[in-house]
Design a protein. Sequence first.
Length: 175
Amino acid sequence: MNLYKELSYGWVMGLALLLSGCVGIPDGITPVTGFQVERYLGKWYEVARLDHSFERGLEQVTAEYSPRDDGDIRVINRGYNTAKQQWEEAEGRAKFVGAQDVGQLKVSFFGPFYGGYNIVELDPNYQYVLIVGNDREYLWILSRTPQLDAAVQQRLVDKAKSLGFATDKLIFVKQ
């Protein structure tokens, strides 16, 4: 094998390894079990998040989940961009990483590129949820209502902190 082919092969393998790592779960964190996707579907309000470019400046953020004909989950994220004074919406797709009763999914808004969507705490009545990404840079707290009970919210923040997340950097979303 010549040097060019070896470098190309190495680049492709490295890219594949990098992309496959984007759907993992941070060390020491376990997704919920007993997950029931049909109870999870519907509208959720974003209560808090760690900052990232694709939601920067958005308020009144919601996520809506619905079944797709192919068995995957349709994801519609919507938020109001205060700087542009307009609504922004992104449609994506979520798939289970393994068993469908485990809250470990991957989600894509950009073609074949997926990120981790790991449910690490879920209310038994599916009223609030703590979600983490593939590393400790991504975290969301969602609720079925625009505001979450203050004690529940604090408990979720405390859990996130105990899992190693920088909760002092959380953005609490205006609804």
